[in-house]
Design a protein around this ligand. Structure first.
Ligand code: SF4
Length: 378
């Protein structure tokens, strides 16, 4: 008999599931807290649930994370995990510690159908959507692993960014319940301002997210005009800049923050000239969208045929935007030594023809590297 994976449910879903077992709603809340707040994997750990209920659960449900293929820790404290999602596919999550926060970058799909030119995930092609449980398994595992790793019972992950592999708004049905669990006080209790969905610009789903579950929004802009953006972010041909910026304006009516973050990957000689900065200023001024820019130093990979803009040009570009009154930051590269920087996720499994072989190799490496306990995940 197939059992339900309880990581697939938000609290409402879990309450409905408990009802099918003849249990009251408050049992769902207890169960939910055991799973997400305390990281329980076995029903026998749930000491305040009646033995009869634990037995019922054992017959009908499971708590199943994702097998960890590998874990790499950078000298700067960044940790990258590669998770096996079956059929030779793997996804990555990256933990980025900073003084005042701990951010987890989470994947939403195995591969990605959007195919942005500067993104190594985009070059892999699309395999499949992750389920709600597979999205949440990354957070569930990372939070409870990190508590053990850092020797604390306090929450470690304060921010989640849906910026890993995949276009989250092309996996909307699984994304929204996962976001609800992140925000739920009985789950991870994260603030809406600290959960960010990053999109390449799926306009109708930006509108739906504003209605269904408004969290912080980051938009991968990467170009100041349609011809260039058509080339860098192919989805632009379907939802051009004017439509995208109009959707951003509408989103702000619901958003927990009063600005949209525009991500802009700096590509040498492609989108990093003074003329591009001037066009960007005109574009956002004309749209009236309150925004911040985050300039991202490109992480080159061979198939892209692109190179990183020199630092001096990034600084000059940032200055032009700032001088025009737009708050602009340059993203620090983190985890360079473990290929965890932006656009490098699953870079080492991007050759899909040999992905199964690579996963097998990494598993062997993991058995030598990963601390006791991690390899048992899932
Ligand atoms: S940047 Fe995002 S949307 Fe574009 S291909 Fe990469 S994962 Fe997909």
């Amino acid at each position: 008999m197939t059992t339900a994976n309880l990581l697939d449910f938000d609290l409402e879903g879990l309450a409905a599931f408990c009802q099918t077992l003849g249990e009251k709603r408050f049992r769902a809340t207890q169960l939910f807290r055991w799973i997400h707040q305390r990281g329980a994997r076995e029903f026998d750990q749930m000491s305040d649930l009646a033995k009869s209920l634990r037995e019922k659960l054992r017959g009908a449900a499971r708590i199943e994370g994702l097998p960890v293929i590998s874990q790499h820790e950078s000298a700067d404290g960044t940790i990258k995990w590669l998770f096996d999602v079956g059929d030779g596919n793997a996804v990555e999550a990256v933990f980025i510690p900073e003084d005042d926060r701990g951010t987890l970058c989470v994947s939403s799909q195995a591969g990605c159908a959007v195919g942005c030119r500067f993104c190594s995930t985009g070059h892999q092609g699309f395999s499949r959507n992750l389920s709600t449980g597979e999205i949440l398994a990354q957070l569930w595992f990372a939070e409870h692993f990190l508590r053990g790793h850092l020797g604390t019972t306090d929450r470690v992950i304060s921010n989640v960014v849906m910026m890993g592999m995949g276009e989250p708004l092309q996996n909307y049905a699984a994304l929204v319940p996962a976001l609800r669990v992140m925000l739920d006080d009985h789950g991870y209790g994260l603030s809406r301002r600290r959960v960010t969905v990053s999109t390449s610009g799926v306009v109708p789903m930006i509108d739906r997210l504003g209605q269904d579950c408004p969290v912080a929004l980051a938009v991968s802009l990467h170009a100041p005009n349609d011809p260039l953006r058509d080339n860098l972010v192919p989805l632009n041909r379907k939802y051009p800049l004017a439509e995208l910026l109009a959707a951003c304006g509408r989103y702000l009516e619901h958003a927990p923050r009063d600005f949209i973050t525009f991500e802009y990957c700096m590509l040498d000689g492609v989108n990093d000239q003074p003329e591009h900065a001037r066009q960007l200023v005109d574009l956002v001024r004309a749209s009236g969208v309150n925004c911040k820019f985050n300039l991202i130093p490109f992480n080159p990979f061979p198939q892209s045929g692109l190179t990183r803009s020199p630092n001096t040009r990034v600084v000059a570009f940032a200055k032009m935007l700032s001088d025009a009154g737009i708050v602009t930051t340059v993203r620090k590269t983190r985890g360079d030594d473990i290929d965890a920087a932006c656009g490098q996720l699953a870079g080492d499994v991007k050759d899909r023809t040999r992905v199964g072989e690579r996963i097998a190799q990494q598993r062997t490496v993991m058995l030598r590297q990963v601390p006791a306990g991690v390899a048992k995940e899932g």
